[in-house]
Design a protein around this ligand. Structure first.
Ligand code: NAD
Length: 416
């Protein structure tokens, strides 16, 4: 695993800012800087050509004062322990902001899933689960999908964990296929939450959602569904991108057709009647709402000043650095931070867990109604603090999240 500190530095700096505002006890501040547990594993598998390969993986459990650890699993060639630690810390704040009874965790495996067969991915996933099985479980730590992991991988996690236990444990993982106890609405949940936050932000900024120009970076689960739902809500999607680059069309593009084009060609680029742009250019296109939905550290002090959107809604985790936050705030950009904006995913994961524990299956209408109630409440809670503090939504969300976790830690006390 190559170590890069940037995402972790961002997460720690954000914690420092919130700690200062909350006048946090230095002992609690120090406790929150460190994950409760980090497990590093070497995943040995047979490749299809008969070779044996070793992949490095980890599971980082940041804090469980408010409930079992919860967090996604990422498969990516640039995964590092530092990055996963940052993501686990953000999960702690996110679950607290969404007010769901979970702590924060994250997992990662350093691999390139685009170059691996389905059989190799299955062997990798099952071996990884056996290596971390002692520290996960429905009341300990519940994984979910993240970058380059999907419902099929969640199904293998469920099956491996269940085989080890000797009985079926669907509540050990969320983001499963519907046929195995997955929740209606889970695939789109993160993006629905993102677009609901965009709607609430638009109300505050007096922006009409109908016809509002939207640009989306990343066209995976979060980006594609965010573009689709924004389009269905009446917005005009003007630009989208993936790892190969982006496309832009001032008149608006049809995300459904772009999705079909990507399924056929492997990328969104070279879509008819659109101009090809780079991922850097996409962030700077003229639009009302920008949705970064790819990776960390995309909006930095280098490009923050060039962002033309009036509203930024963070579908991705950690796309904006603290320096960029300050620049955007000074420019008057309304930014809905990741720990609020993309909390729809973990909120519907929580609904999936509740449905599994009670062996119920809710309708998509029920799931989405509950999700809307939760995320609009969280948005209003954060916005109230932002107004009180006369500061941005990032600081407000961090104050809310860190504050709620601190209260739980203090009430529980320290034992042994
Ligand atoms: P995904 O694997 O489905 O898609 C990732 C997308 O990002 C792909 O389209 C890929 O081409 C693109 N991408 C990767 N690197 C890029 C780059 N440098 N520039 C532009 N595009 C790039 O992953 P996802 O689940 O959609 O996750 C995207 C982001 O959303 C991540 O930050 C993830 O942590 C966050 N997130 C996901 C969920 C969820 O429910 N899946 C929930 C909350 C947050």
């Amino acid at each position: 695993m190559v170590e890069t500190q940037s995402a972790l530095n961002v997460a720690l700096e954000q914690l420092d800012i919130a700690a200062e505002k909350l006048n946090l006890d230095p002992g609690i501040h120090e406790l929150l800087e460190h994950p409760k547990r980090s497990l590093l594993v070497s995943i040995v598998i047979k490749m299809d050509d008969g070779d044996t390969c070793v992949f490095t993986g980890c599971r980082v459990q940041h804090n469980d004062a408010r409930g079992p650890f919860k967090g996604g699993l990422r498969y990516h060639p640039n995964v590092t322990l530092a990055e996963v630690s940052a993501l686990s810390m953000w999960m702690t704040w996110k679950c607290a902001v969404a007010d769901i009874p979970y702590g924060g965790a994250k997992g990662g495996v350093c691999c390139n899933p685009k170059q691996m067969s389905a059989n190799e991915l299955e062997r990798l996933t099952r071996r990884y689960v056996t290596l971390i099985s002692d520290i996960i479980g429905p009341y300990r730590d519940v994984p979910a999908p993240d970058v380059y992991t999907d419902a099929q991988i969640m199904a293998w996690i469920m099956d491996t964990y269940s085989q080890l236990k000797g009985y079926s444990v669907p509540e050990c993982v969320t983001g499963k296929p519907l046929s195995l106890g997955g929740s209606e609405g889970r695939t789109e949940a993160t993006s629905l939450g993102v677009d609901l936050c965009a709607r609430e932000a638009a109300k505050i900024r007096g922006l009409k959602l109908k016809g509002a120009a939207v640009a989306v970076q990343g066209f995976g689960n979060v980006g594609w569904n965010a573009a689709k739902i924004a389009h269905d809500m009446g917005c005009k999607v003007v630009a989208v991108s993936d790892t190969s680059g982006g496309i832009c069309c001032k008149q608006g593009l049809d995300p459904y057709k772009v999705h079909a084009h990507k399924s056929k060609t492997g990328s969104v680029v070279n879509f008819k009647a659109c101009e090809n742009v780079t991922n850097e250019e996409l962030l700077e296109v003229k639009c009302d709402i920008l949705i970064p939905a790819a990776m960390e550290n995309q909006i930095t002090k280098k490009n923050a000043d060039k962002i033309k959107a009036r509203i930024v809604v963070e579908g991705a985790n950690g796309p904006t650095t603290p320096e960029a936050d300050r620049i955007l705030h000074e420019k008057g950009v309304f930014l809905v931070p990741d720990i609020l904006a993309n909390s729809g995913g973990v909120t519907t994961s929580y609904f999936e867990w509740v449905q599994n524990l009670t062996r119920e299956h809710w309708t998509v209408e029920e799931v989405n109604r509950k999700l809307e109630n939760k995320i609009v409440k969280a948005f209003n809670d954060v916005h109230k603090i932002a107004k009180q503090e006369d500061n941005d939504m990032r600081l407000a969300a961090l104050m809310l999240g860190v504050g709620r976790v601190t209260e739980a830690i203090k009430t529980l006390g320290l034992w042994p």
